[in-house]
Write a protein of this length. Structure first.
Length: 281
Protein backbone atom coordinates (compact mmCIF):
# COMPACT_ATOMS: atom_id res chain seq x y z
CA UNK A 1 0.00 0.00 0.00
CA UNK A 2 1.17 3.54 -0.80
CA UNK A 3 2.51 5.21 2.37
CA UNK A 4 0.24 8.24 1.95
CA UNK A 5 -2.81 5.98 1.68
CA UNK A 6 -1.71 4.16 4.84
CA UNK A 7 -1.65 7.43 6.75
CA UNK A 8 -4.98 8.42 5.17
CA UNK A 9 -6.83 5.27 6.32
CA UNK A 10 -8.46 6.85 9.44
CA UNK A 11 -10.14 9.50 7.28
CA UNK A 12 -11.15 6.98 4.60
CA UNK A 13 -12.62 4.51 7.10
CA UNK A 14 -14.52 7.29 8.88
CA UNK A 15 -16.15 8.38 5.64
CA UNK A 16 -16.86 4.81 4.55
CA UNK A 17 -18.77 4.17 7.75
CA UNK A 18 -20.90 7.21 7.00
CA UNK A 19 -21.49 6.60 3.30
CA UNK A 20 -20.37 3.06 2.60
CA UNK A 21 -19.09 3.26 -0.96
CA UNK A 22 -15.89 3.11 -2.99
CA UNK A 23 -16.34 6.65 -4.29
CA UNK A 24 -15.89 7.98 -0.76
CA UNK A 25 -12.53 6.19 -0.45
CA UNK A 26 -11.31 7.70 -3.69
CA UNK A 27 -12.47 11.19 -2.63
CA UNK A 28 -10.84 10.92 0.80
CA UNK A 29 -7.57 9.67 -0.69
CA UNK A 30 -7.59 12.54 -3.18
CA UNK A 31 -8.17 15.09 -0.42
CA UNK A 32 -5.40 13.53 1.66
CA UNK A 33 -3.02 13.73 -1.31
CA UNK A 34 -3.91 17.40 -1.80
CA UNK A 35 -3.46 18.13 1.90
CA UNK A 36 -0.06 16.48 2.13
CA UNK A 37 1.08 18.22 -1.08
CA UNK A 38 0.15 21.62 0.35
CA UNK A 39 1.92 20.88 3.65
CA UNK A 40 4.98 19.59 1.82
CA UNK A 41 5.26 22.68 -0.40
CA UNK A 42 4.94 25.19 2.46
CA UNK A 43 7.53 26.51 4.87
CA UNK A 44 5.65 29.38 6.55
CA UNK A 45 2.33 27.89 7.60
CA UNK A 46 -0.21 29.85 9.60
CA UNK A 47 -2.50 27.54 11.58
CA UNK A 48 -5.77 28.96 12.92
CA UNK A 49 -7.47 26.81 15.56
CA UNK A 50 -10.87 26.69 17.24
CA UNK A 51 -12.68 24.67 19.89
CA UNK A 52 -13.07 21.65 17.60
CA UNK A 53 -9.43 20.64 18.08
CA UNK A 54 -9.79 20.43 21.87
CA UNK A 55 -13.09 18.64 22.42
CA UNK A 56 -11.16 15.36 22.14
CA UNK A 57 -9.11 16.50 25.14
CA UNK A 58 -12.24 16.89 27.25
CA UNK A 59 -12.59 20.66 26.81
CA UNK A 60 -16.24 21.64 26.29
CA UNK A 61 -17.09 23.98 23.46
CA UNK A 62 -19.01 27.18 24.14
CA UNK A 63 -21.43 27.61 21.26
CA UNK A 64 -22.39 24.09 20.22
CA UNK A 65 -25.62 22.25 21.04
CA UNK A 66 -24.14 21.13 24.37
CA UNK A 67 -21.98 24.24 24.76
CA UNK A 68 -21.26 26.14 27.96
CA UNK A 69 -23.42 29.09 26.98
CA UNK A 70 -26.51 26.83 26.90
CA UNK A 71 -26.38 26.60 30.69
CA UNK A 72 -24.33 29.66 31.70
CA UNK A 73 -24.72 33.33 30.90
CA UNK A 74 -21.37 35.02 30.26
CA UNK A 75 -20.21 37.78 32.60
CA UNK A 76 -19.56 40.93 30.57
CA UNK A 77 -16.36 42.83 31.23
CA UNK A 78 -18.06 46.08 32.21
CA UNK A 79 -20.16 44.21 34.77
CA UNK A 80 -17.05 42.48 36.11
CA UNK A 81 -15.34 45.82 36.63
CA UNK A 82 -18.32 47.51 38.31
CA UNK A 83 -20.11 44.80 40.28
CA UNK A 84 -18.85 42.58 43.09
CA UNK A 85 -21.70 40.15 42.38
CA UNK A 86 -20.55 39.86 38.76
CA UNK A 87 -16.95 39.26 39.87
CA UNK A 88 -18.12 36.46 42.17
CA UNK A 89 -20.16 34.98 39.32
CA UNK A 90 -17.06 35.06 37.10
CA UNK A 91 -14.92 33.30 39.70
CA UNK A 92 -17.67 30.76 40.40
CA UNK A 93 -17.99 29.87 36.72
CA UNK A 94 -14.20 29.62 36.29
CA UNK A 95 -13.87 27.47 39.43
CA UNK A 96 -16.53 25.13 38.05
CA UNK A 97 -14.44 24.37 34.97
CA UNK A 98 -10.93 24.84 36.38
CA UNK A 99 -10.28 21.20 37.26
CA UNK A 100 -11.22 20.07 33.73
CA UNK A 101 -8.88 22.66 32.19
CA UNK A 102 -6.07 21.78 34.60
CA UNK A 103 -6.31 18.04 33.94
CA UNK A 104 -6.77 18.29 30.15
CA UNK A 105 -3.92 17.03 28.01
CA UNK A 106 -3.05 17.85 24.38
CA UNK A 107 -4.22 15.45 21.71
CA UNK A 108 -2.68 14.41 18.39
CA UNK A 109 -3.75 17.65 16.67
CA UNK A 110 -1.96 19.88 19.20
CA UNK A 111 1.13 17.68 18.95
CA UNK A 112 1.08 17.69 15.14
CA UNK A 113 1.02 21.50 15.13
CA UNK A 114 3.95 21.60 17.56
CA UNK A 115 5.86 19.15 15.37
CA UNK A 116 5.46 21.47 12.37
CA UNK A 117 7.02 24.26 14.43
CA UNK A 118 9.87 21.98 15.51
CA UNK A 119 10.60 21.27 11.82
CA UNK A 120 10.67 24.98 11.00
CA UNK A 121 7.53 24.91 8.84
CA UNK A 122 5.27 27.09 11.02
CA UNK A 123 5.12 30.87 11.15
CA UNK A 124 2.31 31.19 13.73
CA UNK A 125 -0.48 29.40 15.54
CA UNK A 126 -3.38 31.83 15.89
CA UNK A 127 -5.94 30.32 18.24
CA UNK A 128 -9.34 31.19 19.61
CA UNK A 129 -8.86 28.61 22.36
CA UNK A 130 -8.24 29.50 26.00
CA UNK A 131 -7.28 26.00 27.20
CA UNK A 132 -3.47 26.35 27.07
CA UNK A 133 -3.12 23.00 25.27
CA UNK A 134 -0.95 24.36 22.46
CA UNK A 135 1.76 25.26 24.97
CA UNK A 136 1.35 21.96 26.81
CA UNK A 137 1.96 20.22 23.47
CA UNK A 138 5.19 22.13 22.90
CA UNK A 139 4.21 25.20 20.89
CA UNK A 140 6.49 28.07 21.90
CA UNK A 141 5.16 31.37 23.24
CA UNK A 142 6.83 33.18 20.35
CA UNK A 143 4.94 31.10 17.81
CA UNK A 144 1.56 31.28 19.58
CA UNK A 145 -1.11 33.98 19.45
CA UNK A 146 -3.92 33.35 21.94
CA UNK A 147 -6.45 35.86 20.64
CA UNK A 148 -8.95 35.22 23.42
CA UNK A 149 -6.39 34.83 26.19
CA UNK A 150 -5.70 31.82 28.38
CA UNK A 151 -7.12 30.05 31.42
CA UNK A 152 -3.57 29.04 32.36
CA UNK A 153 -3.03 32.37 34.16
CA UNK A 154 -4.93 35.03 36.09
CA UNK A 155 -4.32 38.72 35.50
CA UNK A 156 -4.78 41.92 37.48
CA UNK A 157 -7.01 44.33 35.61
CA UNK A 158 -5.12 47.33 37.01
CA UNK A 159 -1.37 46.59 36.97
CA UNK A 160 -1.57 43.53 34.63
CA UNK A 161 0.41 41.31 36.99
CA UNK A 162 -0.05 37.67 35.94
CA UNK A 163 0.15 34.59 38.13
CA UNK A 164 -0.63 30.88 38.33
CA UNK A 165 -4.35 30.39 39.05
CA UNK A 166 -4.23 27.56 41.61
CA UNK A 167 -3.87 29.55 44.83
CA UNK A 168 -6.52 32.04 43.73
CA UNK A 169 -9.05 29.31 43.03
CA UNK A 170 -8.28 27.66 46.36
CA UNK A 171 -8.80 30.97 48.15
CA UNK A 172 -12.03 31.70 46.29
CA UNK A 173 -13.39 28.22 47.07
CA UNK A 174 -12.62 28.84 50.75
CA UNK A 175 -13.92 32.41 51.07
CA UNK A 176 -16.31 32.89 48.13
CA UNK A 177 -14.74 36.33 47.68
CA UNK A 178 -13.59 37.68 44.32
CA UNK A 179 -9.80 37.68 44.25
CA UNK A 180 -7.60 40.77 44.50
CA UNK A 181 -4.12 41.46 43.19
CA UNK A 182 -1.36 40.80 45.78
CA UNK A 183 0.59 43.76 44.40
CA UNK A 184 -1.95 46.57 43.94
CA UNK A 185 -5.33 45.24 45.20
CA UNK A 186 -6.78 45.44 41.69
CA UNK A 187 -9.34 42.93 40.48
CA UNK A 188 -7.86 39.56 39.53
CA UNK A 189 -9.53 37.80 36.62
CA UNK A 190 -8.73 34.85 34.40
CA UNK A 191 -6.39 36.02 31.65
CA UNK A 192 -9.11 35.43 29.07
CA UNK A 193 -10.90 38.03 26.96
CA UNK A 194 -14.40 38.47 28.35
CA UNK A 195 -17.44 39.58 26.40
CA UNK A 196 -17.15 43.33 25.92
CA UNK A 197 -13.39 43.34 26.57
CA UNK A 198 -10.95 44.45 23.88
CA UNK A 199 -8.52 41.97 22.36
CA UNK A 200 -4.88 42.74 23.15
CA UNK A 201 -3.40 45.01 20.51
CA UNK A 202 -0.12 43.02 20.58
CA UNK A 203 -2.00 39.85 19.68
CA UNK A 204 -3.84 41.53 16.81
CA UNK A 205 -0.54 42.84 15.42
CA UNK A 206 1.08 39.39 15.70
CA UNK A 207 -1.85 37.78 13.85
CA UNK A 208 -1.70 40.46 11.16
CA UNK A 209 2.03 39.84 10.68
CA UNK A 210 1.34 36.11 10.24
CA UNK A 211 -1.32 36.96 7.64
CA UNK A 212 1.26 38.98 5.67
CA UNK A 213 4.08 36.44 5.84
CA UNK A 214 2.50 32.96 5.57
CA UNK A 215 2.57 30.79 2.44
CA UNK A 216 -0.27 28.46 3.56
CA UNK A 217 -3.18 29.06 5.94
CA UNK A 218 -5.06 26.24 7.66
CA UNK A 219 -8.23 26.63 9.76
CA UNK A 220 -8.71 23.65 12.08
CA UNK A 221 -11.77 22.92 14.22
CA UNK A 222 -13.48 26.28 13.88
CA UNK A 223 -16.86 27.32 12.51
CA UNK A 224 -15.13 30.58 11.52
CA UNK A 225 -18.08 32.58 12.83
CA UNK A 226 -16.47 34.64 15.61
CA UNK A 227 -14.97 37.98 14.62
CA UNK A 228 -12.48 39.54 14.39
CA UNK A 229 -10.67 36.20 14.90
CA UNK A 230 -12.20 34.49 11.86
CA UNK A 231 -11.11 37.32 9.58
CA UNK A 232 -7.41 36.42 9.84
CA UNK A 233 -7.34 33.18 7.81
CA UNK A 234 -9.55 34.77 5.17
CA UNK A 235 -7.25 37.80 4.91
CA UNK A 236 -4.33 35.46 4.29
CA UNK A 237 -6.29 33.56 1.64
CA UNK A 238 -7.23 36.79 -0.10
CA UNK A 239 -3.49 37.45 -0.53
CA UNK A 240 -3.53 34.41 -2.80
CA UNK A 241 -2.00 31.80 -0.48
CA UNK A 242 -3.67 28.36 -0.35
CA UNK A 243 -6.45 28.08 2.27
CA UNK A 244 -7.38 24.73 3.84
CA UNK A 245 -10.35 24.24 6.18
CA UNK A 246 -10.71 21.08 8.28
CA UNK A 247 -13.81 20.95 10.44
CA UNK A 248 -16.70 18.73 11.46
CA UNK A 249 -19.78 20.68 10.38
CA UNK A 250 -20.27 23.76 8.21
CA UNK A 251 -18.17 26.92 8.50
CA UNK A 252 -18.86 30.49 7.45
CA UNK A 253 -16.05 30.30 4.88
CA UNK A 254 -17.09 27.10 3.09
CA UNK A 255 -18.47 28.83 0.01
CA UNK A 256 -15.74 31.45 -0.25
CA UNK A 257 -13.85 31.43 -3.52
CA UNK A 258 -10.48 31.62 -1.74
CA UNK A 259 -10.84 28.18 -0.13
CA UNK A 260 -8.40 25.74 -1.75
CA UNK A 261 -9.38 22.55 0.09
CA UNK A 262 -12.28 21.77 2.42
CA UNK A 263 -12.02 18.57 4.49
CA UNK A 264 -15.14 17.54 6.40
CA UNK A 265 -14.67 15.49 9.56
CA UNK A 266 -12.92 15.22 12.90
CA UNK A 267 -9.68 17.19 12.78
CA UNK A 268 -7.78 14.59 14.79
CA UNK A 269 -8.59 11.94 12.16
CA UNK A 270 -7.41 14.10 9.25
CA UNK A 271 -4.68 16.58 10.17
CA UNK A 272 -2.22 14.56 12.32
CA UNK A 273 -1.94 11.70 9.79
CA UNK A 274 -1.18 14.22 7.05
CA UNK A 275 1.51 15.88 9.14
CA UNK A 276 3.05 12.51 10.04
CA UNK A 277 3.14 11.53 6.38
CA UNK A 278 4.94 14.73 5.38
CA UNK A 279 7.42 14.80 8.27
CA UNK A 280 8.26 11.11 7.84
CA UNK A 281 9.57 11.69 4.30
Amino acid sequence: MDQNLFFARPLILLLQLAAGNDQVEAMAADQFTQLTALLRASSRIMVFTGAGISTGSGIPDFRGPQGVWKTRKPVYYQDFMTSEAARIEHWDYKLESWEAFRQAQPNATHRAIASLEAKGKLVKVVTQNIDGLHQKAGSSRGCLVELHGTNAEVECQSCHFRDDPDTYFEEFARTRQAQRCPRCEGFMKSATVSFGQNLRIEDLHAAEEAVRSCDLVMALGSSLSVHPAASFPLQAAERGVPYVIVNRGPTDHDSHKSVTLRCEGDVVEIFPPAVRAVLAE
